[in-house]
Design a protein around this ligand. Sequence first.
Ligand SMILES: [Zn+2]
Ligand SMILES: [Zn+2]
Length: 203
Amino acid sequence: MDYEAYLKTGDWHVHTNFTDGENTVSELCERAEELGIKLIAFTEHVRRNLDYDFNELLSEVDSARKQFNLKILVGCEAKVLDLDGNIDAPRKVIEKCDIILSGFHSFPEISKKEYLSTLENLIRNPDVDVWAHPTLYAKKRNIKLTSNEIENIINSCIRNQVLIEENIKYNLPQPEFLILAKQLGAKTVIGSDVHKVSELVKR
Ligand SMILES: [Zn+2]
Ligand SMILES: [Zn+2]
């Protein structure tokens, strides 16, 4: 990836007022520049039936690129749709994204076995660049993962070149997971899951 130097110093998970964020692209860029954050990735929520114009987001990002001294990426955060690891994003949006985050949002109740295979399918999905808020679903559903299972997931991320997000909002994955990920050589990326300018913090 071209932006590897920024994995720990950028913010790779930012929402705007196009969806449930409070601020505009420009307000967020202004704050990032003030703080000295070098890269900001707008990873807006999408669905296959999109209720806003993704091209408008792209054009706001284009203007911001001219105005601010920042690396600015545009992408999306799409939820896992099914047990096959398909994601809830229209193909025409996927094609325009620099970066695609995916994770579990309001996914139906499934067994641990199904969770692990769905996750494996998601990680193998060639459209997915980053696994967002890792293990949030397991935590919410009280699914306990063994260290062997965690190791398998991490190795799958490495094999499929999927970045593991260090999600600041949910404080996930847990420290033991992250330590193992680093020992095994997985790449991790900082995502604050920003929904307003005050949540942007220089790392
Ligand atoms: Zn999310
Ligand atoms: Zn998010």
